[in-house]
Design a protein around this ligand. Structure first.
Ligand code: UDP
Ligand code: MG
Length: 319
């Protein structure tokens, strides 16, 4: 079988040489053990500003197992990954996606392949513990999964983007035309026979996280509003409750009025104006968010544009 490793890279010059060496050794080992017959490693340069592309070019020159895809600009991890997967899709039997910093345990790939051979089309890498993450990263990550679940996005718990997808799953992924992509939420929608593989997530080899807290927040917001309409339903429910409450309050004030207690309720008036105003703004904001997405989706802009592809032919519709 032909296996591809797809690695998105954004400003990863510090880790890339080391990562490449380890991945190459892994590929050679998998080939000699007979687990795979062919294997390639595809680095997707997501518009890096450092020497990442130069390193990829050098690697490709040294060994043809290495391939490079250079995006025309930075499009974010998810788009870079999608670019890689869809570019190699027509050549591979299965593709494993993983981060350039090798925080994911590459030995789990062996088990993923076994599962694939048992007939699983998608194999999710799931971290068994987060001891090596900082307490802050850990708590925010747990809050992230809880929030996503509550907002109606189906996620595999503790699974990031380390996963094996067979050719059929990749073909299915291509039929999702959406522009706002959140692969972790989209892949479970594909279905097929799926399995999970546990591994221990390590620390970054070098360099710093390309996912600071702000990006994580943006990412979860993106995930929720791209995949779920639950926030709109929550707003509707809050709206109905507020309306019922105001009816009750109306009855209450009329009763007080007819009983002669006509003390001007300035405080409560001002407070309720602000409360209702605030809620209105919030609701409009969230609705605006969805409308904004609809606007972007209707434009059908490309999700990524490839500048250069080292090592293979681009699929016909992309060449
Ligand atoms: N990445 C990318 N484009 C971006 C940001 C990140 O392709 O705009 C890649 C990055 O090179 C790495 C992966 O996404 O391979 C995950 O990033 P990182 O390890 O910094 O995230 P963390 O592990 O801290 O969540
Ligand atoms: Mg990382």
């Amino acid at each position: 079988m032909n296996l591809f490793l797809v690695v998105p890279c954004y400003n990863e010059e510090e880790v890339l040489p080391d990562t490449a060496k380890k991945l190459l050794a892994k590929m050679e080992a998998l080939c000699s053990s007979g687990a795979i017959t062919q294997g390639s490693i595809v680095f997707v340069d997501d518009g890096s500003k450092d020497g990442t592309w130069a390193i990829i070019e050098r690697l490709h020159g040294e060994n043809e197992r290495f391939r490079g895809i250079r995006l025309s600009r930075n499009r974010g991890h998810q788009n870079a990954l999608l670019a890689g997967l869809l570019t190699v899709k027509s050549e591979c039997d299965a593709a494993v996606s993983l981060d350039a910093d090798l925080q994911d345990d590459i030995d789990a790939i062996d088990v993923m392949l076994e599962k694939y051979k048992e007939g699983y089309e998608i194999v999710y890498g799931v971290r068994s513990d987060r001891k090596k993450d900082s307490a802050f990263k850990r708590t925010t990550a747990i809050a992230f999964y809880k929030l996503m679940r509550a907002m109606g996005v189906e996620l595999v718990y503790n699974h990031a983007d380390f996963r094996l997808m067979g050719r059929r799953a990749l073909d299915a992924l291509e039929t999702f035309p959406e522009v706002n992509i959140f692969l972790r939420g989209m892949v479970p929608m594909i279905g097929f026979k799926s399995a999970t593989v546990e591994y221990v997530r390590g620390v970054r080899l070098a360099g710093e996280s390309k996912y600071p807290f702000r990006k994580m927040l943006e990412f979860s917001f993106e995930g929720i509003t791209s995949l779920s309409v639950k926030p709109i339903r929550v707003i509707t429910t809050v709206g109905i409750l507020m309306f019922l409450f105001s009816l009750g309050y109306l009855v209450y004030s009329l009763v007080r009025y007819f009983c002669g207690f006509t003390v001007p309720g300035w405080t409560s008036t001002v407070i309720s104006i602000w409360a209702v105003g605030g809620l209105n703004m919030l609701s409009l904001g969230i609705i605006g968010e969805y409308i904004g997405k609809i606007y972007l989706e209707t434009k059908k802009r490309p999700r990524y544009i490839i500048d250069t592809y080292l090592g293979g032919d681009l699929p016909k519709d992309r060449a």
